[in-house]
Design a protein around this ligand. Structure first.
Ligand SMILES: O=C(O)c1cc(C(=O)O)oc(=O)c1
Length: 297
């Protein structure tokens, strides 16, 4: 492996032996937010990346899927691979109908390339506004991509920080497709659910029925920390109960850029019944919603 593909010195590697979850996932549950990294020897990381992770390839991901009791995965293009979607597409092809993908593309993407990715299981693109992860892309560029992918019935996944939402609302409302927000728009949980920043996100979902949310990443958002991540529960639960047909859940494996600790993925699965307390909500969150959005065709 070339020297510049060596993982960052402070990189935390995914948990080597997670616990078996106590919570039994419903049949057909989807891990709707996870990534693959490399392996770098086969799928090199992008020159413009902001971090160099450990290898975390498709075999490890599918081992974890089976171990935790998930049936399917939605693999979101990680920023360390830039707009080179080969690792994600290869992982989707390997899983056949059991995986779908979200790509990162530039404005030069052609309809033929979109069609090819569509055939492999890709169902959307990710627009990233998190400054520590990517260089900024002009909104006109994102809008031109949105127009192209809308023809394929794809949707748009957006990742931003809570403080940036106010500025982004008009842009989000301009997007022509379903919009899936990563990690609830990253609320500052120390501020509480009543803070205007989180209420702005709730209002966005109330005003725009095309907006969905991933109720993911307690390990990233929690100030209190593991194992309970209790301070994140009210945020997830508010969204799940208000918008039960527009929420998704995922592990976020292999947990890029965690600095405080590496979560136990089995423990993350045990978080689910705390945010979706009834069997009906769990069925929507883990099966019905992701199947409707990702497996309609
Ligand atoms: O918060 C993060 O660092 C992070 C990074 C990435 C990525 O690099 O793609 O994806 C995520 O979902 C979260």
């Amino acid at each position: 492996m070339p020297d510049d593909m060596k993982m960052d010195a402070d990189w935390l590697v995914f948990h080597p032996n997670p616990k078996k979850p106590d919570f039994k996932l419903p049949a057909g549950a989807v891990d709707a937010h996870c990534h693959v990294f490399g392996p770098a020897g086969e799928f090199p990381f992008a020159p413009e990346r902001k971090y160099t992770p450990c290898d975390a390839g498709k075999d490890k991901l599918y081992e974890l899927r089976d171990y935790l009791g998930f049936a399917r995965n939605v693999i979101v293009q990680a920023t360390c691979h830039g707009k080179d979607n080969r690792a994600m597409v290869d992982a989707c092809r390997t899983a056949g109908d059991l995986a779908r993908g979200i790509a990162s593309v530039g404005p030069d993407i052609t309809e033929a390339e979109i069609a090819q990715m569509d055939a492999a299981g890709v169902r959307g693109v990710r627009f990233n506004f998190v400054k520590r992860l990517v260089d900024a892309t002009p909104k006109e560029v994102f809008l031109s991509i949105a127009e192209k992918i809308a023809k394929f019935d794809w949707h748009i996944v957006v990742y931003f920080e809570a403080a940036d939402l106010e500025e982004l609302v008009p842009f989000l409302n301009q997007l022509p497709t379903t919009i899936v927000v990563d990690h609830m728009g990253r609320p500052d949980v120390a501020k509480g659910v009543d803070h205007p920043d989180f209420q702005r996100f709730i209002k966005l979902m109330e005003d725009n029925p095309r907006v969905w949310s991933k109720v993911t990443c307690p390990e990233r958002l929690s100030v209190e920390g593991e194992p309970d991540y209790s301070d994140v529960i009210p945020f997830c639960r508010t969204i799940v109960e208000k918008f039960p047909d527009r929420v998704l859940w995922g592990t976020d494996w292999p947990h890029p850029n965690m600095k405080t600790h590496m979560p136990d993925d089995g423990n993350l699965v045990d978080f689910i019944p705390k945010i979706a307390p009834t069997a009906e909500l769990q069925q929507q969150l883990l099966v019905d919603n992701p199947m409707r959005l990702y497996w309609a065709k």
